[in-house]
Design a protein around this ligand. Sequence first.
Ligand code: GTP
Ligand code: MG
Length: 249
Amino acid sequence: MNLIFIGTAGCGKTSLTYTFGEWLREELDARVSYINLDPGVHQLQYITSYDVREIVTVDELLQKGFGPNGAMIRAAEIIEERLSEIVWKVNSIQSDFKLIDTPGQMELFLFRSMGPRFVEEIGRNSTTVAIYIMDPVLSSSPIDLVVSLMLPLITRFRLKIPVVSVVNKSDLREVEQMEKYLMDTDFLRKDLATKDLGIIVDLSMRCIEIIDEFSKNFRVVKVSAKTGEGMSDLYTLIHEAICECGDLM
Ligand SMILES: Nc1nc2c(ncn2[C@@H]2O[C@H](COP(=O)(O)OP(=O)(O)OP(=O)(O)O)[C@@H](O)[C@H]2O)c(=O)[nH]1
Ligand SMILES: [Mg+2]
């Protein structure tokens, strides 16, 4: 099974990849391999079975004179050009779970062809699920939360595989308010209705309808890559996604 960790910059992709991988090893005695697709990362907690930095790093492109954004885009292009080789190497790894860490900037993986093409190719041989990581720091107001909840749907659009959503950093206080909204969408709607933001409120209400319909009633699991909370819930969520493939986001 391939598990792809995706989310906005700093949401905890690398940390959760590692924490969940170690949980799978310890609790299930599973064979776990770690795959790094982030050409910009400096340090990883895990030992990789495949690391895209063997092909390209953002640092070497910066040294060649690219600017910070140009270097990331060029790195993504180089990865795209050599995708067959990368997929071949990832496919040749023997393990029960391949945990795939994606670039810091989500758009490099999601909005360029790199992510969809990678997912399509590795998905031919094994089940692939994306884990969309929500960052409570970016979801504190009702409108920010609606935006955060739309992103796993967009991920589903782009990658065309089952996507499960988790809220990481559950050890932080910001999660409490977010959880109240997630557990009671009427409360979220009521709170939104009090905002004097005109069409933004209307748009948010419509988004909630879509999220409600396609995300199985806001089923979002709370996890902490820092404390290890929620790993068994995440495992259950992934299993449900595979069983219910087709209608689960
Ligand atoms: N409190 C808390 N901090 C966390 C948690 N997970 C990650 N962090 C912190 O969030 C920051 C970013 O974590 P990373 O795992 O590097 O996140 P990332 O999404 O891989 O980051 P980029 O790849 O750079 O976008 C680090 O300072 C982590 O220590 C968590 O569960 N709780
Ligand atoms: Mg990372």
